[in-house]
Design a protein around this ligand. Structure first.
Ligand code: ZN
Length: 176
């Protein structure tokens, strides 16, 4: 153990510690008296603080400073990168779907250029039941017009048209 008078090599005084840790001397005294900084009181208000202890604190402080500052505000939900727009839940079109910013909660919003309406991927469950789709196709085979089918089944005529052109199960529609 080194002698306490050998401050040149093993110990710092409070003022030196304050400079190294970039804080005020008062802070150092407060930490010494609280015990959050290890030091030895020589008498009066003269402290000796082990250098190793100070270096340890300084290194921890540097690591904290290297960390990027925490972002303020609410964390934003972001869907996986590159997730393409899907099918418009309003008109069932998959063409001309573009990204259109984010909603208040940070969810990717899409704009359907076909019907000029916005939607998110996680919004209301998309689509109709298989029975509805089958009924649409059955009526189409029976020769009903798109608008008539739409009225009968309660589906937008554009959706009816989309189903006939490309049914949701991707199987090509056979008219006859
Ligand atoms: Zn649409």
């Amino acid at each position: 153990m080194r002698s306490t008078s050998d401050t040149g090599s093993a110990y710092y005084v409070a003022k030196e510690v304050a400079q190294l840790l970039d804080c005020s001397v008062d802070t150092i005294y407060r930490r010494l008296s609280k015990g959050t900084l290890l030091g030895y009181l020589l008498g009066g208000s003269v402290w000796r603080i082990p250098k190793v202890e100070v270096h340890r604190l300084r290194d921890a402080q540097r690591k904290l400073k290297l960390r990027p500052p925490a972002k303020k505000g609410r964390p934003r939900f972001r869907p996986p990168v590159g997730q393409p727009p899907g099918t418009c839940p309003h008109c069932d079109t998959s063409k001309r779907q573009i990204k259109a910013g984010r909603n208040r909660t940070g969810t990717q919003r899409f704009l359907c250029r076909a019907c000029e309406r916005y939607y998110t991927r996680t919004s209301a469950p998309q689509g109709y039941s298989e029975a509805t789709r089958r009924e649409v196709l059955r009526l189409h085979r029976a020769g009903e017009s798109l608008r008539t089918i739409g009225r009968l089944v309660g589906v937008n005529h554009q959706t009816v048209s989309n189903w006939i052109k490309a049914p949701p199960d991707k199987k090509p529609f056979v008219a006859r």
